[in-house]
Design a protein around this ligand. Sequence first.
Ligand SMILES: Cc1ncc(COP(=O)(O)O)c(C=O)c1O
Length: 392
Amino acid sequence: MAAVFIQNELEALKKASLYRRLRSVAGEQGPILNVDGHDVLNFSSNNYLGLANHPALRAAAKDAIDRYGCGSGASRLISGNMTLHEELENKIAQFKKTEAALVFNSGFQANTGILSTLSGEGDVIFSDALNHASIIDGCRLSRSKIVVYDHCDLDQLERNLRDSPDGSRKLIVTESLFSMDGDEAPLVDIVNLAEKYGAMLMVDEAHATGVTEPNGAGLVAKFGLGERVLVQMGTLGKALGSFGAYVAGSTALRELLINRCRSFIFTTSLPPAVMAMGIAAIDLVNKEPERRQALRSNCEQLRAGLKALGFRLGKSQSQILPLTVGDATLCMKMSDTLLKKGVFAQGIRPPTVPAGTSRLRITLMATHTHEQIDQALKAFKELKEENDALLR
Ligand SMILES: Cc1ncc(COP(=O)(O)O)c(C=O)c1O
């Protein structure tokens, strides 16, 4: 019976063109990636600053293993709270200019845990329609009432806030830089609404951390909103090239999470090598602004090239450039065609994005060369010529 269910589910996924399979990557995570045995140009990584294989991170990891060994052995509240965890948290708090920070084992765990700690039955969470799955699951896990507002539609958000019952605790949650569209949330206006209606605000900086000007600390910092945002969450596994996630905010928030957040409490803490890589990565972000500049210059080149070819890039303002195809089958076909031309741009389908908006999600790295971007543009030109009617 169970086996029949599994087979039926797989068949249904295949029929809807939503079946996924793992690609095998050999070697390092760089602008050139060995995918399923072939070297291709990698435009599908969140390793935006190219730190995942940086010598400083490798050296930090090796040194941490030599000094502290491999595993942490237990959760933070048992015997797994190592000095490196606190060193990394102090580094993050300084970087984000907050009172405190707390490290999580992944962004997924951070979002599910934070939301279900801060909001519960009888409370209301207001969530942007394009928020990441981990935010959606955190909202569900909290058992709060979930009010989803249309993407960045602040009139709707305000109506929803106004209509929510007096006395219920309210929390607004949004990404700062949206992972699949590359556009920015109107953070200043969201902060103003949160204050006007007495709502807590949580901002997910997973894709902004490390890459935004002036210092890579994310969009909350860019707009000087640190004092007014209760929870800033971000990840260490994307631009920072390591693994794990953080929450930055007040000391009281940190204490509450240590005491109540189940995805923090009931899990083995991150190993020393991962902590050391996180510390080394933040040092590099602080010391090497040229990485952000290189990323920006690469974005400008690719964006201009794609526009010249007639592609529309939606509202993207960043290193994430979505080429909307619409249909899931066609999108995956295009992704495969590009791969055969030597360019890896992953097709993204529901439920990662809303139905009818399947897309090629192109992401840039600071370490792409201008020649590699030109090479990719040639492949996109051919793709456009072969599918002109479809990408209009
Ligand atoms: C916006 C956003 N939040 C959270 C996460 C989860 O982070 P992690 O990969 O560290 O679990 C992701 C990952 O893709 C994300 O895009």
